[in-house]
Design a protein around this ligand. Structure first.
Ligand code: AHR
Length: 329
């Protein structure tokens, strides 16, 4: 009898522990525009799954209206946490206040909304996009110097990300801030490629026909850089030699391209936030509280030979070939 009671008690404890952690996370994702985005989605879904929690995932296909609808649906369904990244920076005030009013803890990842100061959130994890842009430009300036082209007049084109997104606006700001100090690097044109390989290719095709000389492509993500490389090859030019291509994200396909001698460098932007998000949710479940700190992960730069300074504080690039095997996305 005593043994039976002990077994029943143990079973009840296991059940109650399980239900204490029966958590539902609503995640409104921007879309599937890039390798980075796929890695970001997979990372979050796998991590929530590994905890035995439930993920309500919504792919907004680049449409702000779909994200707003997903957020409202998460509120109606009474999820325990909401993971949010915004396709564009503006226009979130109302719906995020509704999330706050519903008292659902809000976790911001990747692209921050511009109303951050006016809303409540329990954590914010994302890349420092302005700094990533600065690094793209710093690396370029120092690379030109290293190959004996430091003072040369060169034409730069900028492939921007999605118009109105924090990632695109801030990277463009960072790039232009640094290039302003180097008048020999002239921006011949700057256009959106919407963070996709197909649009990067299309914009580059147009530039190759319309611009007299292109020396450097600064692509605000690797997918657009890879599209530009496709266009450069199709035009009979040699990427990496005739035209220098600098990407952003540091995804596996960019590493392969660098090792093949096509892309010249990539500035890292990590898509992996689950290692920050999951412990935060567990801490919140344990009753801990958090401030409004924005946490930027540590990020690096990878290129063909390494040794190029890519930041104002003197960080030096690493060889892509040395780390390619560790890159999982
Ligand atoms: O917001 C992060 C950016 O969005 C990544 O650089 C890009 O690849 C993605 O689509």
């Amino acid at each position: 009898m005593k043994k039976l009671f002990a077994i029943m008690l143990a079973a009840m404890l296991v059940l109650s522990a399980g239900s204490a952690m029966a958590i539902t996370v609503g995640f409104t994702q921007i879309g599937q525009e890039s390798d980075w985005r796929t890695a970001n989605t997979d990372d979050m879904i796998k991590a929530v799954d590994a905890e035995g929690w439930t993920m309500l995932y919504d792919d907004a296909q680049q449409q702000q209206a779909k994200q707003v609808a997903a957020l409202r649906s998460f509120i109606t369904q009474g999820v325990d946490y909401i993971l949010f990244t915004g396709v564009v920076a503006t226009g979130w005030d109302e719906v995020l206040k509704e999330v706050n009013e519903a008292e659902i803890p809000l976790l911001l990842i990747d692209r921050m909304p511009d109303c951050m100061d006016a809303i409540e959130y329990v954590g914010a994890f994302g890349g420092d996009f302005v700094e990533e842009g600065r690094r793209m430009a710093y690396w370029t300036v120092n690379y030109l110097e290293s190959i004996g082209r430091g003072g040369e007049e060169v034409n730069v084109v900028i492939l921007e990300g999605t118009t109105g997104s924090a990632a695109a606006e801030d990277r463009t700001t960072g790039i232009n801030e640094v290039l302003a100090n180097y008048p020999n690097l002239k921006v011949a044109d700057s256009q959106t490629g919407n963070f996709t390989r197909a649009e990067g290719l299309a914009v580059m095709e147009t530039w190759l026909k319309s611009l007299d000389k292109i020396d450097i492509v600064l692509a605000e993500n690797d997918d657009m850089g890879l599209g530009a490389i496709d266009a450069i090859k199709a035009a009979g030019k040699v990427p990496g030699q005739d035209i220098i291509i600098v990407g952003c994200d540091a995804v596996k396909n960019a590493f392969d391209s660098i090792v093949a001698g096509d892309m010249t460098a990539t500035i890292e932007c990590t898509p992996l936030y689950s290692s920050a998000v999951i412990p935060l949710i567990k801490d919140l479940e344990d009753g801990k509280t958090f401030g409004r700190e924005v946490i930027h992960p540590e990020e690096f730069c990878y290129d063909t030979d390494g040794g190029i300074v890519y930041s104002a504080d003197g960080r030096v690039s690493e060889k892509a070939v040395d780390v390619i095997d560790q890159r999982v996305y």
